[in-house]
Design a protein around this ligand. Sequence first.
Ligand code: GUN
Ligand code: ZN
Length: 438
Amino acid sequence: MSDLLIRGRVLTFIAEPQGIDDTAAYRYHEDGAVLVRDGKVVDTGDYAAISKLAGTDVEVADHRPNLVLPGLIDTHLHFPQTQAIASYGAQLLEWLNTYIFVEEQKFADAVHAAAVADRFYDELLSNGTTTAVAYCSVHPESVDAYFTAAEARGMRMVGGKVMMDRNAPDALRDTPQKGYDETKALIEKWHGRGRAHYAISPRFAITSTPEQMEMSQALVAENPTCYVQTHLSENHDEIAFATSLYPEAKDYTDIYARYGLLNERMLLGHCIHLSDREVGVLAETGSVAVFCPTSNLFLGSGLFDRDRFDKAGARWSVATDVGAGTSFSMLETMDEAYKVLHLRGQKLTPFNSFYRMTLGNARALGLEKHIGSLHAGADADIVVLDSSAKPAMEYRMRTAKSLLEELFVLQTMGDDRCVAEVYVAGKPMKPKAHGARG
Ligand code: GUN
Ligand code: ZN
C-alpha cells in the first residue's frame, strides 16, 4: 500500500490544557503533515520534515487551509435511538416509557437493526466521530448489527447489549440468566475482534433486579478487559425510584459499588445530582462521569458540575447521548457544554474543548495509545475541519486573529458542514450526503 501524506494545519494534544494560554499542552503545525502507512501514523510535524519520511509511492491529500486533528470520540450514545432524536415534551422516565422503549422494540428485527446501523455510522462519520461508545438494545441482533457495520468501516467502536429485566415492556426484558448468557456469547464473539471492544451494559438500577446486578458483577469480574457502562444520577425522579428499589444502598452510587461495578473501565452517564460522598467514590474507584450536555438540557435533567469532579480528582468525559442528546456533532456538544458550565459559573476554554473531544476522551477510555492524538504509532483516525464552512462562519472568521478564536468559532457555530474529510485507519470515509428522503 502507498503512503498517505495528509497536509494541513495540524493540531494534536499531548496533555490537558491548564488554563487558556497553555501552549505546552498541544502541538500546532501551521504547515503541517501527518504521514500514514498501513493505517497508522508514521509521524506528525512540519510538512517540510514529514514529507521527507514518505516512501517513493506516496499520495498527498492537501487539505490546506483546513485544520487536521485526531478523529473525534463520543463516550456515550444509544445506537437504537438514532431515529428517536427530538421526541417531544418529557423528562427522563416518561420519555423512556413513551418513546424509547417503543423504538427499541424494533431492534428485534435484524434487518431493521442493520439498516439503522448504516445510518448511525454515516452520522458519526459525517460529524467527524471515529470512535464511539454505544448502548445497543436488549437484542443480541442489535449488537451484531452494530459491530458488523463498524467492522465494514474499520472503525474502533465500543458497545454492548443493554441488560434489563424489570420496569420495561415484556418485549424488552431479558432475565438475569439470559442477560448473562447473551452478554457472555457476545463478548466471545466481538470483544477484541479487529477494533471492537465490548461494554457490559446493565442499563441502570431501575431496569435491573438485584439478581441481574449480581450477574453483571460476575460478567465484570470474568471479563476484566471489557468496559462497563450504565446511567447514574440524571434526574430527581430517577434517583428517588432507583434508591427505593435498593433500600440497603447508601445512595445511588452505592448501588453500583455494592455489586463491584465501579472501576476505571466504568462509564457512568450523567452524574448530575451526586453528593460529595458519591463524587469521592467515583474518584477512589477511577470511574468516569460522562457529561452529556445536549441531553441534559433537552430532558431538563440539570447542569453537570465539572469543577466538583476536577477538585475531587474524579475522571470525566464528554458525549452526545443521542437520542436524548440532540446532535451527533461533538462540536455542537461542546458548544452546549460551554453554556452549561457558564450557567454554573465555570469556564471551558476552546483548547480544553478540543482536548476533551480527542485525547481527553481517549484517556477516559484508556485508549490514548491508539486514538485521540496523532503521535507516531497511533491509529490514523483523523478529521479535517473547515472553520469557514458556513457563510456566517466564513464572515466571522475574517476577524479571527488566533487559533484559539478559530477553535471557539468552530465549536460555537460548527456542525457536520465543517467536516471536510474523515479518515478511518488512513482511509477517507466521509459519507456521501443522504438525499432528503434517502
Ligand atoms: N437512563 C436509562 N436509559 C437511558 C437512556 O436511554 N437515555 C438517557 N438519557 N438516560 C437513560
Ligand atoms: Zn444514555
